[in-house]
Design a protein around this ligand. Structure first.
Ligand SMILES: Nc1ncnc2c1ncn2[C@@H]1O[C@H](COP(=O)(O)OP(=O)(O)O)[C@@H](O)[C@H]1O
Ligand SMILES: [Mg+2]
Length: 418
């Protein structure tokens, strides 16, 4: 394939000015004949909502990985102020800690080298043991039990918050909060058993549900402090693949809320620091980018506690406190329509399902000539090629995402082992 010379021109998406650091070199312009043009950068200094979509197998998770590598490669003075938290629903991002020897030829053409990245994984005790055996820094993911209000418990057990069993649990956690402040699932069960107002059958059902929750080994009297999960300069991988979907949603809702609240506090401190004229910037909770693969799980059309936090707090108010999102989904039509309207950078790999194309067309900006469907058709079938819609520069581009330096773990299994 003909390769164009590297141009000195800079294209920075998500930023009006092209100068300054803090840029993620995610790929190069791609011409319809397959040749590559100027390098394409994405602004990492300001919070954005980046939506990656496309049909299965055309590069969504891969592109997300390229973004993560670029964050990890930022200049130190920027990198140290940004925490990356990957919501890994399939348990595929641990391979960031392995060099991508598989695509070395491709990397050479892009003047890059196979490279491993430092990560920290949070997951179930069983997974943590496996990861540690592989030499990866890993820690049990523990959520403070008292972070769950009765709505969260109802979501967790997929019951209505007005259900009698949900009310029984609600009464028990209220007692626990009053008498103990910090508590674990066993304490909730104790209070439930002692509650004389609750019918015996309901107690049995509620107890059963609570024992199931205990079995996930994730709820804990203390939990991991949020500043352990998001740390400046670090890539945290929350491997939530072992948990049922309802629990995944609860985990994302709680962690996203804690980060948001933490950032609001940080912003206050930051303003005070500016007023007092001090330069030192000591941030407990850094500017945080959440990378969420399979984002439709957390941002569906239906009611969902994770969606509440991500849309009402992160998307509507996130610029000020400094929280940002990179979302990937194969089903843009399954996302709450607000997600698309908040996304200021949309990266679309090959997409063929009519309803998904229509979902994108609904937000088609006025500066875009023609249909998104038509534009997406033009990008063809090459993996890693994508259409980018950049709201800041009001421009649409076709790019090829650069090869991963670290191993991509999302490859579909093949019955034929090569
Ligand atoms: N930018 C790219 N450069 C080279 N290969 C790519 C690129 N993007 C995707 N691929 C290939 O396509 C495969 C599928 O990509 P993946 O991101 O796992 O798909 P999905 O969209 O289902 O998340 C990868 O395993 C990789 O081999
Ligand atoms: Mg994927």
């Amino acid at each position: 394939m003909e390769r164009a010379k590297i141009s000195d021109k800079l294209y920075v998406l998500g930023r009006r000015e092209k100068k300054g650091g803090g840029m993620l070199n995610i790929g190069r312009y791609y011409a319809l004949d397959g040749s590559l043009g100027s390098h394409v950068y994405v602004d990492a200094l300001k919070p954005h909502v980046i939506l990656i979509c496309g049909k299965r197998g055309y590069g969504k998770s891969y592109t997300m990985g390229t973004f993560i590598e670029e964050f990890a490669s930022l200049e130190e003075e920027v990198r140290k102020n940004i925490g990356i938290v990957i919501i890994d629903t399939l348990g595929i991002f641990w391979t960031l800690s392995h060099p991508n020897y598989r695509q070395e030829k491709e990397l050479k053409r892009w003047e890059r080298e196979a490279k491993a990245f430092g990560i920290k994984i949070f997951s179930s005790p069983e997974n943590v043991e496996e990861y540690r055996k592989k030499g990866i820094d890993a820690q049990n993911l523990l959520i403070k039990t008292s972070e769950l209000n009765s709505y969260y418990w109802a979501q967790l057990f997929n019951i209505s918050p007005t259900d009698y069993v949900a009310a029984a649990i609600g009464r028990a956690i209220n007692r626990a909060a009053e008498e103990l402040k910090d508590y674990d699932v066993d304490d909730i069960i104790d209070f439930l058993q002692k509650d004389e107002k609750i019918k015996e059958e309901a107690k049995i059902v509620a107890e059963n549900l609570l024992y199931t929750a205990k079995g996930w080994k994730i709820f804990d009297r203390n939990g991991i402090p949020i500043y352990e999960i998001t740390k400046g300069g670090r890539i945290s991988v929350l491997d939530i693949s072992p948990y049922p979907e309802e629990l995944k949603i609860v985990i994302v809702a709680i962690i996203a809320r804690k980060i948001f609240e933490g950032r609001i506090r940080e912003r206050k401190k930051y303003e005070e620091m500016l007023i007092n004229g001090k330069k030192e910037r000591v941030e407990e909770i850094p500017i945080t980018w959440f990378a969420i693969d399979e984002a439709h799980v957390f941002l569906p059309h239906e009611e969902c506690i994770a969606k509440d936090v991500l849309i009402k707090q992160w998307m509507r108010q996130g610029r000020q406190p400094g929280v940002a999102l990179i979302l990937a989904t194969q089903r843009p039509s399954s996302l709450d329509s607000e997600v698309m309207s908040h996304s200021d950078i949309i990266i679309c790999h090959r997409l063929t399902a009519q309803e998904d194309i229509e979902a994108l067309n609904k937000v088609r900006p006025t500066y875009m000539q023609g249909d998104i469907g038509e534009a997406v058709k033009k990008i063809g079938t090459e993996k890693g090629v994508a259409l980018i819609i950049d709201d800041t520069s009001e421009a649409v581009h076709v790019i090829k995402v650069r090869p991963r330096m670290s191993w991509h773990g999302g490859e579909e299994p093949s019955a034929l082992i090569k």
